[in-house]
Design a protein. Structure first.
Length: 283
C-alpha cells in the first residue's frame, strides 16, 4: 500500500511538471509573436485606452477675408492765413503720399475761400486727417464715413469666376461643333458672356480703386474784415452822388456813341416819315 501511494504521488508530480512546462512554452510563443499594427486596431485601442496619447487634431484652416472699406471725409474750417493753411495741407499730402485732384478758390461777399479734393491711400487716411487737423481750433464741418463693401466685393468676384468658367465651357463646345448654325449660336453666347465679364471686371476695378484710395474734400476760408471807423459827412455823400451821376451820364453818352449807326438810321427814317405826312396834308 505504501508503495502504491508513493507511486501515485510521483505520477502526479511528473504530469504537473510537464503541464507547467507546456504552459510556459505557450506563453513564451504568444509573447514572441508580434501582431501587425493596423490603423483600425490602433484606433480601437486608443478609444479603449483613454490614458494613451491622442494624435494631434488636423490643422484648422480659417479663411480670413480681408475687409473692403471705402473711407471718405469732408472738412471745413476757418483760417487766418489761406497760404499758411494750404502749405500745411501740402505737407500732409506729401507725407501721406496723397495727390490733389481738384483745386479751386473764390470770393464771396464776406469770405475768401479755397476748395481741395484729395485722394489719399486708405492705409494713410487716419494719418492724413490728423496732420490736416493740427492747428485748427474747430471744424465747422467734419464728416468722416466708412462703408463696408466686403459683401459686394465677394459677390462680384464670385459672379466673375462663374462667368469665366461658363465661357471656358462654351469654348470647349465650340471646338467640337461642326454645323455652321451651332458655331454661330455658340459664338453669340460667348460674345454675350464676354460682355458680362468685362462689365463685372470694370465694376470690380472701380470698387478696388475706391477701396485703395480714400476721398477727402477740404474747404477752408478767411473772413474779410469790414471797414469801420471812417465816417463820411453828408456833403461828401452828396458829392459822391454827383460824381456817380456824372459817371452814369458819361457811360450813357459812350453807349449812344457806340450805337451811332442805329441813331443815324433812326433819324433818316424819322425824316422820311415826317416828309410823307407833310405831303398828305397838302393834298
Amino acid at each position: 500500500m505504501r508503495q502504491l501511494f508513493f507511486l501515485s504521488i510521483f505520477l502526479l508530480v511528473l504530469f504537473g511538471c510537464k503541464k507547467a512546462e507546456a504552459i510556459s512554452e505557450e506563453a513564451y510563443a504568444i509573447q514572441t509573436v508580434q501582431m501587425p499594427a493596423k490603423a483600425e486596431n490602433v484606433a480601437y485601442d486608443k478609444k479603449a485606452d483613454p490614458s494613451s496619447p491622442q494624435p494631434p487634431p488636423p490643422p484648422r484652416i480659417d479663411q480670413q477675408i480681408e475687409q473692403k472699406i471705402i473711407k471718405e471725409a469732408t472738412l471745413k474750417f476757418e483760417t487766418d492765413n489761406l497760404e499758411s493753411s494750404f502749405s500745411q495741407i501740402q505737407k500732409a499730402v506729401s507725407a501721406s503720399k496723397a495727390r490733389i485732384i481738384n483745386d479751386s478758390e473764390g470770393k464771396d461777399f464776406a469770405t475768401v475761400f479755397r476748395n481741395l479734393t484729395i485722394k489719399v491711400p486708405s492705409q494713410n487716411f487716419d494719418r492724413f486727417i490728423n496732420d490736416v487737423s493740427k492747428g485748427v481750433s474747430y471744424f465747422e464741418v467734419k464728416n468722416i464715413s466708412a462703408e463696408d463693401v466686403t459683401e459686394q466685393y465677394i459677390d462680384l468676384t464670385s459672379r466673375l469666376k462663374t462667368k469665366k468658367k461658363l465661357e471656358e465651357r462654351y469654348l470647349e463646345i465650340l471646338k467640337k461643333a461642326n454645323k455652321v448654325s451651332e458655331i454661330l449660336e455658340i459664338e453669340e453666347q460667348i460674345s454675350t458672356i464676354r460682355e458680362e465679364i468685362e462689365a463685372k471686371e470694370g465694376q470690380l476695378k472701380y470698387l478696388e480703386s475706391r477701396v485703395s484710395e480714400s476721398t477727402v474734400t477740404i474747404e477752408f476760408y478767411k473772413t474779410i474784415p469790414e471797414k469801420e471807423g471812417v465816417k463820411i459827412s453828408y456833403g461828401s455823400k452828396l458829392w459822391n452822388a454827383v460824381k456817380s451821376g456824372f459817371y452814369t451820364l458819361s457811360d450813357l453818352l459812350i453807349s449812344l456813341l457806340s450805337a451811332w449807326p442805329f441813331v443815324i438810321l433812326f433819324v433818316v427814317l424819322a425824316y422820311f416819315i415826317r416828309k410823307r405826312f407833310k405831303r398828305r396834308k397838302k393834298e
